[in-house]
Ligand binder design. Structure first.
Ligand SMILES: Cc1ncc(COP(=O)(O)O)c(C=O)c1O
Length: 364
């Protein structure tokens, strides 16, 4: 099929298979929201594409999670108004933009310290608004966030700041990428959900309202959102899936909606093929199993994409032998979010034809 699709197309190219995309969106939406009352707030950092956000909204997303100001601006500018900035708003210029956006949409922000909270509160007062915030807790990833048992203390301190109002509590269980065993991951996901609910309860016991209890990750989707008391899920990668999700058993190659399509440009020796997709096409995200820069569709067991230069990829292994200069390969990225961010546009395949080009609008 690639030969027909790409007869007149330049490679490398980022390709989105729309029917897979839609079924990923539909599957997650129905498992999270249907009959369960859990809100779905997908992370926009994965696609950064407005057409994808539109589909997610059609299938029940209440709003979006963002990691950058560009993502917020892209969504807000196109009428997606329920937004959560799940990142610490630090620095004068970023705060200024956040306040600007908060005057145009229903924006919630993340906070994990008084140092972060005070300048935002002051800027909000100056703008005559109150900004809702969620306390970020570290549920085990070892990134930003307070220890869950300390969240109540931060809520108490921030209550004294008139420009801010508590909306809830959230964590990102990215450490679940390290647990491949599904039952074990389910158990850890449940514990993380419980940890988040307990931290919210402790805040409520002080008489402070804490409506949102939010968890977020694709590998955690099997259990964390379903803990009683969790109100919201924020998966991102689920929309495309990738080789790392395949490795974890979260997805399969045929549920990966995004690929980089590349041509063999040289066969310098036996069992080696050089392709025109390198680091600038794939991103430098290594796979969870430290196995190179992506998996060659249909031939992953026999071809290793182990080395990449800026515009060159090096494929090795027995599976390379049938490849000739000019042949096309589809590559499932290790990490969809990092790969998509390398591109300014994606070609969209619908009914076995390339029918549209979508802009990666919110790239840096
Ligand atoms: C704060 C936050 N929420 C949600 C997500 C979504 O996680 P995933 O990419 O596993 O779906 C991320 C991913 O980086 C994140 O940082």
């Amino acid at each position: 099929m690639l030969q027909t699709l790409f007869k007149t197309k330049i490679t490398p190219a980022l390709v989105i298979y729309e029917s897979i995309l839609k079924s990923n969106i539909e599957r997650a939406a129905s498992s999270i929201t249907k009959d369960r009352g859990i809100k779905l707030r997908p992370h926009f950092k994965t696609s950064k594409i407005l057409e994808v956000a539109t589909l997610q909204k059609e299938y029940g997303a209440v709003g979006f999670t963002c990691a950058t100001v560009e993502e917020l601006q892209a969504l807000c500018g196109r009428g997606f108004l329920d937004l959560f900035f799940a990142n610490q708003p630090i620095g004068y210029s970023k705060i200024k933009k956040i306040i600007e956006i908060a005057t145009q949409c229903d924006l919630k922000i993340a906070l994990d310290s008084m140092e972060a909270a005070i300048p935002v509160s002051e800027a909000a007062i100056q703008a005559g608004i109150k900004i809702p915030y969620l306390i970020e807790i570290d549920t085990g990833l070892g990134r930003a966030g307070v220890v869950p048992s300390e969240a109540f203390q931060l809520a108490k301190n921030i209550k004294e700041l008139p420009g801010l109002i508590l909306n809830g509590i959230f964590g990102h269980e990215g450490h679940l990428y390290l647990t491949r065993d599904i039952e074990e991951r389910k158990k850890k996901g449940r514990e993380i959900g419980e940890m988040t609910v307990n931290a919210a309860e402790k805040i409520r016991k002080m008489g402070i309202e804490c409506d949102t209890v939010s968890v977020g990750s694709t590998p955690g989707l099997i259990s964390a959102p379903f803990v009683k008391g969790v109100t919201e899920a924020r998966p991102g990668t689920y929309v495309f899936n990738d080789e790392n999700q395949n490795y974890l058993g979260v997805s399969k190659p045929d549920s990966c909606a995004v690929q980089v399509v590349s041509r063999v440009i040289s066969r310098p020796k036996s069992k080696v093929a050089i392709i025109d997709a390198g680091l600038k096409a794939m991103s430098s995200d290594r796979s969870l199993q430290n196995k190179g820069y992506g998996s060659i569709q249909g031939r992953n067991d026999k071809i290793n994409f182990y080395t990449a230069f800026e515009e060159h990829g090096v494929l090795t292994g027995d599976g390379v032998e049938p490849l000739e200069v000019g042949d096309l390969v589809g590559i499932i990225p290790n990490h969809a979010c990092g790969t998509v961010n390398m591109w300014s546009k994606a070609l969209v395949v619908r009914n076995n034809r390339i029918t549209a080009e979508w802009s990666i609008t919110a790239r840096h």
